[in-house]
Design a protein around this ligand. Sequence first.
Ligand code: ADP
Length: 244
Amino acid sequence: TATALKDLEITDLRVAFDGFTAVDGAALRVGPGDLRFLIGPNGAGKTTLVDAVTGLAKATGTVRFGPHDLLGRPVHRIARLGIGRTFQTATVFENLSVLANLDIAAGAARRPHTLLRRRRGVPEEIEHALETTGLAAARDRQAGVLSHGQKQWLEIGMLLVQNVQLLLLDEPVAGMSHEEREQTGQLLRRIGQDRTIVVIEHDMDFVRTFATSVTVLHAGRVLSEGTVAQVRADPRVQEVYLGE
Ligand code: ADP
């Protein structure tokens, strides 16, 4: 089916650093229309799992995105399959405008001489990303003066113009105001309709409001998985989170 083409499927994933096993046989499957949150205590292996998917961490097991086997491929080839991530600290070009940031991102897949200033008008995919992320009115502002929330949205916009179909987001709402969190959740819902999204998140209010499913990682393994209500009712999860 068309949906399976964008499914992320991880089985028996292992990542070890000098004998320490950070991811220890994790498995998960997620596709478009399912806003998946990856939660778990510090050190559970969440970031390392995402590093393995994006090619930053050497892993064993299987990681598939649609028909593609990802393990063993270099970072840039994984990116070219439409897989992108954000980090807790947004990595935008602070001295450039919102529009120029999006253009550079889009240009990563274009030849250099088609840069924005040489063209008439703004390409449709950039216009679309501005609308989707709510940054249309801020298009000419320097990225460095944007709010923390707007920078995160710009980063997501930069993934959208690269036609990313699997988005891995690392604590996108950390440091955001309540209103920005709400807008971020709505944004993820919208773009997650036809893209696969996995969000590492510690903010349980945000998870409760926007997750359609949750994977709880603990000591490098999947401790529990299901709806928020299901994992909250799971005694194994209560044990791990006791006192937090
Ligand atoms: P989380 O994102 O869930 O907080 P991480 O994936 O960052 O957890 O880390 C999982 C475990 O792996 C932690 O114990 C961490 O110290 C360890 N770890 C992560 N990266 C490295 C590394 N590059 N070298 C050694 N140990 C690491």
